[in-house]
Every structure is written in structure tokens, then in C-alpha cells.
Ligand binder design. Structure first.
Ligand code: ADP
Ligand code: F6P
Length: 456
């Protein structure tokens, strides 16, 4: 069997406790199943030329990481990745900005990573590159002479052509994706957008009947591989930790009230302020729930070097304070807003404790929290997700209460419906969703991708 080499900007530490982010969770399970190398950024920057790569082995996985030059990192990560590509790929042009120097830094870091990775590659490796930070990595590896199969999986949505062409260098971005042998997306909408971009007259690509794409003098496959979760692990961890001291304390503090839970990185694409306001509308429109529910939002800060992320933190603090100020009683606070990460063990058990999983991103490639919420539930009395139609998970979890996150009243009605849903209906919905999660779990996701890459 070929060796798997997974490449991503962020590499979860081997101890991997609080790795917030769907990408880390997905790569870790793929590598745990078949072993291999995980290559990427060490999480550290240096003012001088980065030193040698660091190699650590743990549980059949070799973690190979490298520091990045501080100035380049700023342009590559804070700049082009998170001020240009992230908002653009999430259809949020209000947050989009572009600068040529940031794009140059992005390309430089990708070339640097390709050089460092090139040193450790073996001829029959399978190279699997992840996410928008590393779009040009495959092309840079090819230029350096790599002949191994190279695949790319995009964890976030892919925008349609009218959005993509906002980016001055969009042709280079499309060209860089054509350097891979397999390009994977979360949903068919993302694939259609990609195909639509490549077949624009000015790009001149062609999609064959078997799905292969001819463009920029190359032929490659582009397919949909929706990412899943490790259902058994999630169920086991949730059940095992349900009786922990912390979850018991949480239960006692609720005093019989129903818990609505939200768990997200503190990211504007997660629609947290709108979500807070949707909850406020629930309290306004359905006064009987006042004092009967608690909404707990866990949201650890991320990308603190990007201004938009600092702003959203302030906005949310204001919104939570405002809603609590309006509705709190002496013995009841409607919103508990926690600005920190938790261990996976505790998180899964907290999800199990909640009667409603409120997952309303305004755009999301997949959203693993939605899937984890379903898997962590007690099948005898499961809670129900209230899920945004604008995330990839909504394509699979069609039994969830589906809402448009921009529609405050719709979110409030959805919450009310979930809170009041009879046990029989909850059980039926839960078992239907669980079946889908099992059919398309994290193992199937990586097997399908690796099979497609091996066959390319
Ligand atoms: P994204 O990749 O955009 O962050 P996902 O919902 O797909 O969104 O994945 C988030 C992952 O990170 C999930 O596996 C979730 O359990 C984990 N996670 C999210 N918030 C926290 C937190 N506060 N502490 C620990 N893990 C978290
Ligand atoms: O899944 C989307 C993603 O952007 C991953 O690429 C990333 O690792 C994760 O979210 C967390 O973001 P960051 O690595 O910027 O903290």
C-alpha cells in the first residue's frame, strides 16, 4: 500500500486535545486508520529564515512541521487566505479584500512548503492536500518534479463564477487547481460552481461525460466527497463522559430547563449574531419559553490576527449582554456565552446533554458540529438539530428542523418546533439521520478519496 501524505496549513498536535476545526478532525481520523505523514505549518513563525522541519511520531502517524517566516505568514494566512479567499468562498464579499503583496506571500509560502515537502517524499506516496490555504501547492510540487498522484480537498464552499471573478487572480486560482489529479468538494453545488467556472468561454475548459475535466492542458477528476464523522467514536465518547463532574454540574445548573447548544469557532461565517437575535425572537414570540430554556453558546476565538474576527467578538458580547439585560430574571440567564475551547470528550457529552443543537452558519462547506450533535444523542431520548439550509450538512440531515439563518422569525419558529417535538418524532428523525451518518462516515470519506486518487 502506498504511504499517505496529508498536507494542511494547520497540523493538530499529536496530543490533539482542543483542535477546533473540522479539517483537523477529518485528517486525524483518516491518518489514524491507515497511518502516514501529516505535513504542514508548526504553528510558529520566525523573524529569520525558517529552520529544519520537525518530525514527531505518535500512534502510527508521523507529524512533520515547519515554521514560517513571520512577514510571509501574515500575508499568506491573515492576508490572502483569510481576508480574500475565506470571505470570497463563503460568499461574504463585505469582508473581502485583496492585495498583490499578500497574494505574493501566499504563493511564496506555498512554494516554500512544496520545497520542504519535496525533501521527504517517496516515489509511491499518495499526496493529499487540504483546503484553501494550499491551492497552489500541487502546482508547486509538480514544478519541482513530483510525479506522484496529488489530490486536493476543499473543506469550504466553492463560489460561483460571478463571485470568484471578484478576485483579480481568479484565473491563476483555477489554473492551480487543474494541477491536481483529483479535486474533491463537499457538495454537488460546489462541484457545479467549479465546473461552471472552468467552462466559461475565457477559461475554455470542458467537462467530459465521465466527469473528467480538460483545461489548461491537463485532464483531472473533480468529484463530491462529503466529509463525515466517526459515528461510533462520537457516540462512545459522549456516553462515557455524560456522567462526568462537569456535565453533572451543567445539568444541575439548568434546574430542569431545556438546553439549547451552539458550538462553533468564533467566525462570522457561523452567523452567531443572527443566531443570538433568532433566540431573542423566540423569547419575544413565545413568552411561555422564558425561564424554561437556556441557550449556551461555546465559541473559542480563532484567527485573532484578522480584524474582522476581533470585531465579531465585540459584537457578540454586546448582543449577549443586550439580550440577557432584557430578559434575565434573578434566577435565570437566557444566554450563556463561553469564549473558550473544550476537550473533545467534554464537548461531545455537552452536546448529548442538550435538547436542541442550534447550528445556523450563514455559509459552511459541511459543518461537522451538526453531525456530531446527532451522533452524540441518546437514541432513547434524542435532541433535535435546528440546522441552516446554507451549510453542506443540510443536504444530508434533511430530517433536522431546517431554517434560513437570516430569517429571525423562522429560526425562532424552528427552535419552538424542536423544543416541543414529541419523543416519537424525535426518535424517528434521529434514527433516520444516524443511518445516513453511518452510511457516509469519516472512514468512507477518506477511503473514497484515496481510492479515487490511487486510480488517477
Ligand atoms: P469549522 O471547520 O469551520 O471549524 P466544523 O463544524 O466543520 O467547522 O468543525 C469544527 C470541529 O471543531 C468539530 O469537530 C468540533 O467538535 C470542533 N470544535 C468546535 N468548537 C470547539 C471547541 N470550543 N472546543 C473544542 N473543539 C471544538
Ligand atoms: O475547516 C475550515 C478551516 O478553515 C480549516 O481549514 C481550518 O484548519 C479550520 O477551519 C480552523 O481554522 P484555522 O486553522 O484558521 O484556525
Amino acid at each position: 500500500m502506498s504511504r499517505l501524505v496529508a498536507v494542511s496549513n494547520r497540523v493538530a498536535a499529536p496530543t490533539g486535545a482542543k483542535s477546533a476545526g473540522g479539517l483537523a478532525v477529518g485528517i486525524l481520523s483518516a491518518l489514524r486508520a491507515q497511518g502516514g505523514i501529516w505535513f504542514g505549518w508548526s504553528g510558529k513563525t520566525t523573524e529569520s529564515e525558517p529552520g529544519e522541519t520537525k518530525r514527531t511520531k505518535s500512534g502510527g502517524i508521523e507529524f512533520v512541521t515547519v515554521d514560517l517566516n513571520a512577514a510571509d505568514f501574515d500575508g499568506y494566512y491573515n492576508g490572502f487566505s483569510n481576508n480574500a479567499l475565506w470571505p470570497l468562498f463563503h460568499f461574504m464579499l463585505g469582508y473581502f479584500s485583496f492585495s498583490r503583496s499578500q497574494y505574493s506571500a501566499y504563493c511564496r509560502v506555498n512554494e516554500f512548503l512544496a520545497r520542504r515537502l519535496g525533501r521527504i517524499l517517496e516515489p509511491d506516496d499518495l499526496i493529499w492536500v487540504h483546503d484553501y490555504h494550499l491551492l497552489p501547492l500541487g502546482g508547486a510540487l509538480r514544478e519541482a518534479g513530483a510525479t506522484q498522484p496529488i489530490g486536493f480537498f476543499l473543506h469550504v464552499p466553492f463560489p460561483n463564477f460571478d463571485v470568484l471573478r471578484t478576485l483579480p487572480c481568479y484565473t491563476q486560482i483555477l489554473r492551480s487547481l487543474a494541477a491536481y489529479d483529483v479535486v474533491g468538494f463537499q457538495t454537488d453545488r460546489d462541484l457545479w460552481s467549479f465546473q461552471d467556472c472552468l467552462t466559461q468561454p475565457e477559461i475554455g475548459g470542458r467537462v467530459r461525460d465521465d466527469g473528467r475535466i480538460d483545461v489548461f492542458d491537463r485532464t483531472f477528476r473533480a468529484e463530491v466527497f462529503p466529509i463525515g464523522i466517526d459515528v461510533d467514536e462520537c457516540q462512545r465518547v459522549a456516553a462515557e463522559n455524560f456522567q462526568s463532574k462537569q456535565v453533572k454540574r451543567l445539568g444541575e445548573s439548568l434546574k430542569g430547563r431545556k438546553l439549547i447548544i451552539g458550538v462553533d469557532r468564533l467566525d462570522y461565517s457561523k452567523g452567531l449574531e443572527l443566531r443570538f437575535r433568532g433566540f431573542q425572537t423566540l423569547l419575544e414570540a413565545y413568552p411561555a419559553v422564558r425561564g424554561q430554556v437556556v441557550y449556551m453558546q461555546i465559541a473559542p476565538p480563532t484567527r485573532t490576527g484578522v480584524r474582522a474576527y476581533d470585531r465579531i467578538r465585540e459584537d457578540l458580547e454586546k448582543a449577549a449582554g443586550n439580550i440577557n439585560g432584557l430578559y434575565a430574571e434573578m434566577d435565570w440567564i437566557p444566554i450563556r456565552y463561553l469564549n473558550r475551547g473544550y476537550s473533545r470528550e467534554l464537548l461531545m457529552a455537552i452536546l448529548r446533554r442538550a435538547m436542541v443543537g442550534l447550528v445556523t452558519p450563514i455559509r459552511d462547506g459541511m459543518n461537522l458540529v451538526a453531525k456530531e450533535y446527532v451522533a452524540s444523542q441518546d437514541p432513547k431520548s434524542p435532541g433535535i438539530p435546528v440546522l441552516s439550509t446554507l451549510c453542506g450538512a443540510a443536504k444530508e440531515l434533511t430530517e433536522a428542523v431546517l431554517v434560513n439563518p437570516y430569517d429571525r422569525q423562522g429560526v425562532a419558529d424552528g427552535l419552538q418546533r424542536a423544543i416541543e417535538m414529541p419523543l416519537g418524532e424525535r426518535r424517528a428523525k434521529h434514527s433516520a439521520m444516524l443511518m445516513k451518518l453511518r452510511r457516509n462516515d469519516i472512514h468512507r470519506w477518506s477511503e473514497r478519496f484515496i481510492d479515487a486518487l490511487s486510480a488517477s
